[in-house]
Design a protein around this ligand. Structure first.
Ligand code: CP
Ligand code: NVA
Length: 307
């Protein structure tokens, strides 16, 4: 059987993604009612981190344990990859020990190279360009609250050239949702991903719209998302970004034109008072902690499918 990887949201079809979400919801209910699983007994997931993480690390590790398997945390500071051993050799060697690899790294081309040389499934735990596992959990959270995803309007306010924005654009296009993105000039989403989602919308329905106007983007939105203004890797641009993004904060005034029963989502970590006001992220329409919890359930479904 040829291995499957999960590097971007569109590596799975719409049907496969919906099946994963429904399996994740089932696993969540079973976990809460005390049902134990042993599907991944004897299996090991290697987890290579070249950037910090709270949710991704713990949700994958706990998820593997809950499925009867084992997870290995491999910091780039400790393995030879961080001292210059090639991706080719690392992928080849680790494939002989583990049953799957989750990788958090910088350039997306790095994880593609891993996928090329590894003989085991590669799961993207975040690159500069994509964060598919987070979006799987986001779609699950929306499905739990709203049911059918088709035709819902999702909006993202903030950094357009961002892993979350790109994966959300792909998720919306796969599901036939309408996606509105508003970002300051110079922070537009990738042109390649924009072209790809336009053609996916032609097949699946819904549409993609980009503007520099957050008020226009948020009008009637069912789901509102944002993310940090300076992602991991952008630390030196922080001061400049704070200025350029100042009018892009998700706050009470901005959300007043969204659908009354909107959901607010944020992948976390968040900066209250920057990309979102405390009144919104800690308010009654925020689902951020359910969303964080769903990382684990969604990834359990993914691990069961791939490993
Ligand atoms: N949302 C997310 O990926 O969080 P971590 O950086 O803590 O893993
Ligand atoms: N865009 C953020 C997401 C963190 C989970 C970053 O890359 O730092």
């Amino acid at each position: 059987m040829t291995k499957r990887d999960y590097l971007t949201v569109t590596d799975f079809t719409k049907k496969e993604t919906l099946e994963l979400i429904d399996e994740a919801i089932k696993l969540k209910h079973e976990r809460k009612s005390g049902v134990n699983h042993n599907d991944l007994a004897g299996k090991t997931l290697g987890m290579i981190f070249e950037k910090s993480s709270t949710r991704t690390r713990v949700s994958f590790e706990a998820g593997m344990m809950q499925l009867g398997g084992h997870a290995l945390f491999l910091s780039h500071r400790d393995i030879q990859l961080g001292r210059g051993e090639s991706i080719h050799d690392t992928a080849n060697v680790l494939s002989r020990y583990v049953d799957g690899l989750m990788i958090r790294t910088f350039a997306h081309s790095g994880i593609e190279e891993f996928a090329q040389y590894a003989e085991v499934p590669i799961i993207n735990g975040l690159t500069d360009e994509h964060h598919p596992c987070q979006v799987l959990a986001d779609l699950m959270t929306i499905r739990e609250e709203k049911g059918d995803l088709t035709g819902l309007t999702m909006c993202f306010i903030g950094d357009g050239y961002n892993n979350m924005t790109h994966s959300l654009m792909e998720g919306a296009a796969l599901m036939g949702m309408n996606m509105h993105v508003a970002s300051p000039e110079g922070y537009e989403p990738s042109a390649d991903i924009t072209n790809k989602v336009h053609s996916l919308h032609e097949t699946n329905g819904g549409s993609f719209q980009f503007s520099h106007d957050p008020a226009a983007a948020i009008a009637d939105a069912d789901v509102i998302l944002t993310d940090v203004w300076a992602s991991m890797g952008n630390e030196t641009e922080e001061a400049e970004r704070m200025e350029k993004f100042a009018d892009y904060q998700v706050n009470g005034a901005l959300v007043s034109s969204a659908a009354p029963n909107y959901m607010f989502l944020h992948c976390l970590p968040a900066h209250r008072g920057e990309e979102v006001s405390a009144s919104i992220i800690d308010g009654p329409r925020s689902f951020v902690f359910e969303e964080a919890e769903n990382r684990m359930h969604a990834q359990k479904a993914l691990l069961k499918k791939l490993l």
